[in-house]
Design a protein around this ligand. Structure first.
Ligand code: FE
Ligand code: FE
Length: 329
């Protein structure tokens, strides 16, 4: 159990210092000499950096775990993770689980959907997201663009289709919600259905005790406001960068790419096997793509640093193949 605490903390350390270390008896390898990364700014949240959440995911699901991994039984590693995670991450999840209600999700959908806050091209959005840097971090040279390119490059390296690579490139662009003034807990974090009983498959389920939706009897049954087998697309998931980016991209990318974008943070479903009673047959196929994507998102961070200038022409062309020059955000 203690090994996980060490793993989580050392993973963070290793990300910054390019070390190789053992995490929960598996090798968590960060290439030696990986440059220190600058990370997204604090943004008035409990986490030091917006990216701390994604790094904590890699600690929760160490590289080498086979995919798909709907966990069975007690999920001891899952519990160990939540008991040993750093206080900032824990507080982040407490706020997230406290405030993500049906009313909140609906209000954010009214505010941001259809997307109309800004008009810009995809590369411009990447550069906009890149302004989300931590001024206090002297090594703030590893940018949001680099995480996107690293994910896309890992997908391209494995010979996947062009739309799959493009999904990697744009999957986190919804984090520009931070730049629109949204708090950390409404931009990143594991997503989960609201409007029905919260599942123990969601990390830190105990924090749902503070969620006001717990007082609404209509939300307390397994299916809540939904009908069994209604399918993922009919659920209201907690609000964040996934759902927002899905709406930005939905007219332009194939369904599989859109599923990757929309559900990549829904670990309770794609990784823990929860909420199966709400899924339909098509979701089974789509979740396979989400899982295929997830490994690139979580485990490409230790890869070689992408050369942004060299890669830009390839990706500009790929973007132009699917997206208009300017779109609504
Ligand atoms: Fe993401
Ligand atoms: Fe990501």
């Amino acid at each position: 159990m203690f090994g996980f605490l060490v793993a989580a903390e050392q993973t963070r350390f290793s990300m910054r210092h390019g070390l190789t270390l053992a995490a929960n008896s598996r090798r968590w390898r960060i290439r030696a000499g990986t440059p220190l990364r600058g990370r997204a700014m604090k943004n008035d949240g409990p986490m030091e950096h917006l990216d701390d959440w994604e790094e904590s995911l890699a600690a929760r699901y160490p590289a080498g775990d086979s995919l798909p991994v709907p966990r069975s039984g007690e999920g001891a590693a899952f519990r160990d993770y939540s008991q040993n995670v750093r206080p900032g991450i824990r507080e982040f999840y407490r706020l997230n689980h406290r405030h993500q209600t049906v009313d909140f999700v609906e209000s954010k959908k009214r505010q941001y959907l259809p997307p109309r806050t800004k008009r810009m091209g995809v590369w411009e959005a990447m550069e906009f997201l890149n302004t989300l840097v931590d001024d206090s971090d002297p090594d703030a040279d590893f940018s949001q663009i680099e995480h996107l390119l690293q994910t896309a490059e890992a997908i391209r390296h494995d010979g996947h289709q062009r739309w799959f690579v493009l999904a990697g490139l744009v999957h986190d662009l919804g984090k520009i919600l931070c730049l629109f003034g949204e708090p950390q807990w409404a931009v990143v974090g594991d997503t989960f259905p609201v409007g029905c009983a919260f599942s123990d498959k969601v990390v830190f389920p105990e924090f749902f005790a503070e969620n006001p939706d717990r007082e609404r009897p209509e939300y307390q049954t397994a299916s809540g406001i939904y009908s069994e087998g209604c399918g993922l697309d009919d659920l209201h998931l907690s609000w964040g960068h996934d759902e927002y980016m899905y709406h930005v991209a939905k007219d332009y990318l194939p369904a599989e790419a859109l599923a990757m974008i929309r559900y990549h943070s829904c670990y309770a479903i794609h990784r823990e096997g929860g909420y199966t009673h709400l899924l339909n047959e098509r979701d089974g196929q789509m979740l396979r793509w989400v899982r295929a994507f997830n490994r690139y998102d979580l485990y490409s961070k230790g890869d070689e640093r992408p050369d942004v200038r060299r890669l830009r022409p390839y990706y500009e062309e790929l973007v132009a193949e699917y997206f208009p020059p300017v779109l609504d955000w």
